[in-house]
Design a protein around this ligand. Structure first.
Ligand SMILES: C[S@@+](CC[C@H](N)C(=O)[O-])C[C@H]1O[C@@H](n2cnc3c(N)ncnc32)[C@H](O)[C@@H]1O
Ligand SMILES: [Zn+2]
Length: 384
């Protein structure tokens, strides 16, 4: 079975694929834009369960997209997403995790896909004597980063390993970036840039915790924890520590002379479970679409709790009519007041309990939090 793809899996290097999403004509960018009328396809490696985007509406235009269009977190200089599992913003969670590691007083670091420079500023406050660099193709992000941290060096371009010194860095970061880039190419390039003993800090969306990744056009690679650990090991990046909570997980690796092969074996042992989980994610999306379609056809008014990609996808794919939206709610103060489909996003309140059904638009760790807020709600609850 190769589903028409002959490329090797980036993780296990086998070339056998199964399509899990085909000709999907409505997809989404993590910047929250809905894309229509250009197909998205995702394929799963039938050996290790790694999922990759085999066809995306952004394929033709990816450089322009990151340079000029990509807008995740760019609504305002301070805008960030809230991480429900931690009760903080994503940046705060990232910084807390990274600073659990003790770095030497002097060093050199680079942040690949640095965005608006939140991390550079936080790092400089802790380690004022380090040399700090950041690279990002987004013009607006780099403008904001330069303002935020005038002392750091920022490069406004795509990251390419050849532009950077080898064996030169004590820390390389890729936070919320590796889902977009070839793990084999970047694993190799990052490992070459690090000094032995240097640290690689990664934050990635983990597929079982972030099922919305299935419909993401701008995320090319969908990881389980085992995939990341196996590819890191291949480039002698030894697992040090992790923060496995929420839809994005954080990892620290250390460059060593020989990382061994345990992680590869662990991936082989987990492959069957991973493939089954991927199939369950696909099935749970179909179930949500069916349940919301049923409400639509029965003329029910329903509420949506969680303003993000899941909400946008459900509304677009089901073609849910605006008149049947009883309300859209979110706990993130940055999102309250935004307008989606002509409906203003509100903080959850007692009104939400009066509607017949509520769709919880969140990953598995956000669901219990939302259910707690709903308290004694007795209507139908729909979620992935
Ligand atoms: C989700 S944002 C993360 C920003 C920041 N690291 C954070 O954690 O807040 C992803 C970033 O990756 C950048 N990016 C995309 N492709 C890139 C590439 N080829 N090289 C470097 N950065 C890239 C995007 O422009 C964007 O700023
Ligand atoms: Zn594979």
């Amino acid at each position: 079975m190769n589903a028409g793809y002959t490329e090797k899996c980036e993780i296990c290097e086998k070339s056998s694929w199964e399509l899990i999403l085909e000709n999907q004509m409505i997809s989404v960018c993590s910047g929250r834009e809905i894309l229509r009328d250009t197909p998205l396809a995702k394929a799963m490696c039938t050996n290790c369960g790694f999922v990759y985007t085999s066809r995306s509406p952004l394929d033709e235009d990816i450089d322009h997209y990151y340079k000029e269009v990509y807008s995740s977190k760019l609504r305002s200089d301070a805008y960030d997403y809230r991480n429900y599992s931690h009760g903080m913003t994503f940046s705060e969670v990232q910084h807390k995790f990274l600073f659990s590691h003790d770095f030497p007083r002097i060093g050199r670091m680079i942040d690949i896909g640095c965005g608006k420079g939140f991390f550079e500023r936080a790092f400089a406050e802790r380690y004022p004597e380090w040399e700090i660099e950041g690279v990002d193709p987004s013009v607006v992000s780099i403008q904001m980063a330069r303002k935020r941290m005038p002392k750091a060096k920022f490069y406004n371009k795509k990251f390419e390993g050849k532009d950077y010194e080898k064996n030169a860095y004590d820390l390389v970061c890729m936070h919320a970036v590796l889902n977009r880039m070839s793990p084999r190419v970047f694993g190799q390039e990052v490992a070459a840039m690090l000094k032995t003993g240097g640290i690689f800090s990664v934050e990635i969306a983990v597929f079982p915790q972030a099922p919305f990744e299935l419909y993401f056009a701008d995320h090319k690679y969908m990881y389980f924890r085992e995939h990341l650990l196996a590819i890191a090991e291949e480039f002698n990046l030894d697992f040090l520590n992790e923060d496995a909570k929420g839809s994005k997980w954080r990892f620290l690796f250390k460059k060593v002379p020989d990382a061994g092969s345990d992680r590869k074996e662990q991936l082989s042992a987990a492959a069957h479970r991973i493939r089954n989980k991927v199939k369950r994610i696909v099935a749970s999306w179909h179930r949500v679409f069916e349940e919301v379609t049923k409400c639509k056809l029965e003329g029910k008014k329903i509420a949506f709790y969680g303003q993000g990609t899941t909400l946008m996808l459900v509304l677009a794919i089901v073609e849910f009519p605006k008149e049947q939206i009883a309300g859209i709610y979110d706990d993130n103060p940055y999102k309250v007041g935004e307008v989606v489909c002509g409906v203003k996003v509100r903080q959850p309140n007692e009104e939400i309990k009066q509607v017949e059904a509520v769709v919880l638009c969140a990953g598995p760790e956000g669901i219990p939090f939302m259910k707690k807020t709903l308290g004694d709600y007795s209507g139908t609850i729909i979620h992935l």
